[in-house]
Ligand binder design. Structure first.
Ligand code: GMT
Length: 378
């Protein structure tokens, strides 16, 4: 099939899922066309079967707010026509599904059918979409999509509830490539890579996010501070965003900044996640928790919050640990007790990897998308 994919190309779970989906589909022989304002950050530009089409946005002085959604719709229609696309798959409803709807209408006027799939990821439904200025048009575009998927059952139910959606929504969970995301089996190699962040007698905790308020990065630092009082430990934070300076300030105020590595944005997170003993994901909300899944595939279980779709991924006390939002004392105590019990820790590490492989590996999830496309294209 020839598939157009639109996503936010910068940091964020929806862009990661869209890009990895395109890479996996191209590896299966499909022709993939990314249409966005810049190249998605996980694409090297050298992948076989993948083209990238930039959306130029005119910044004519009259436009105080350049109309990206219109430029995107035009580019979608052009690419669909020139490259014979079978369908468009847009990730994150706002504004992508509205642009796809316009592109479909433009082509319909020329008797060309271009179905589109909208995948809902999280804040497009729980935060941005709830803003009244976006709610009616988001609701309309979801209803008008040829197919809608949601990355968790929880998010599907929220969408139906918040937007009074009457159409069907297919749940297709986030996925991970378990060959790329895997533990480092060679102990000497792992020890050498880990030495950059912690000495052999220190535990290494990690966090991976876009440092938005919903991620509660302050809770990561607070939890780590409590752990570091009881155990020799270091923390590596991957990512960047609005709350990074607050986290840095807190680390200094608590006198633990010399135990914390702020790594900023990293492309090769699969090289870092296997080095950690635990991942901390104390989010306010998480419609699935892709960072935890990627970590689990690397045999690094997560201590997370019992929110949104996270319980669809993590089973408490089996392949990870779940706590109420803000329970930094509980998370720290659980981390200390787990890290001190190497047998239990190893069992949880193995269970985490098994969950990723058995339920969320790309080899299981990608065929679901392909089947879904076929059901629309016929
Ligand atoms: O985490 C974010 O705020 C980014 C957001 C996005 O849409 O880019 O991530 C969401 O999509 C991910 C991939 O589907 C999910 O795994 C995340 O749980 C979800 N984030 C939230 O719901 C906060």
């Amino acid at each position: 099939m020839r598939i157009g994919i639109t996503c936010y190309p910068t940091y964020g779970g929806s862009g990661v899922v869209a890009t990895e989906l395109g890479i996996e589909l191209a590896a299966l022989g499909h022709e993939i066309h990314f249409i966005s304002y810049s190249q998605p950050f996980r694409l090297s530009g050298r992948e076989t079967g993948i083209c990238y089409h930039e959306v130029p946005v005119s910044n004519y002085p009259l436009f105080e707010f350049p109309p990206y959604d219109l430029a995107l719709a035009s580019r979608m229609a052009e690419v669909a026509e020139y490259y014979g696309l079978d369908l468009l798959h847009v990730h994150y409803a706002i504004p992508h599904s509205v642009s796809a709807l316009l592109a479909r209408q433009m082509l319909a006027a020329r008797s060309r059918h271009l179905p589109f799939v909208t995948t809902l990821h999280g804040t497009d439904i729980t935060l941005v979409g709830m803003d009244h200025s976006y709610l009616p048009i988001t609701q309309y575009a979801i209803q008008q999509s040829d197919g809608v998927t949601s990355i968790s059952g929880w998010l599907r139910d929220k969408t139906v509830e918040n937007f009074s959606i009457t159409r069907s929504i297919e749940v297709i969970h986030n996925f991970v490539n378990c060959d790329q995301y895997q533990p480092i089996r060679d102990a000497a190699q792992r020890a050498a890579m880990r030495a950059r962040f912690a000495s052999p007698d220190e535990f290494l905790l990690m966090h991976l996010s876009n440092f938005r308020p919903v991620k509660r990065v302050v809770d990561v630092v607070q939890t780590f501070a409590r752990i570091a009082r009881q155990l020799p430990a270091r923390l590596a934070l991957i990512g960047d965003g609005p709350d990074r300076s607050t986290a840095e300030w807190l680390a200094h105020s608590l006198g633990i900044h010399d135990r914390i590595h702020f790594l900023g944005k990293q492309d090769r997170v699969h090289d870092l996640l296997p080095l950690a003993d635990l991942l901390l994901m104390p989010s306010e909300n998480e419609s699935f928790g892709l960072a935890a899944l990627e970590s689990m595939a690397c045999q690094t279980p997560a201590i997370a919050t019992h929110v949104g779709g996270v319980p669809e991924l993590i089973t408490h006390d089996h392949d990870g640990l779940l706590f109420p939002i803000g329970d930094v004392d509980g998370m720290a105590a659980a981390a200390v007790s787990l890290l001190q019990d190497s047998e239990r820790h190893m069992a949880m590490r193995q269970a985490a990897r098994k969950t990723a492989q058995d339920r969320f590996c790309s080899t299981r999830i990608i065929p679901r998308y392909v089947d879904f496309y076929h059901s629309l294209v016929g």
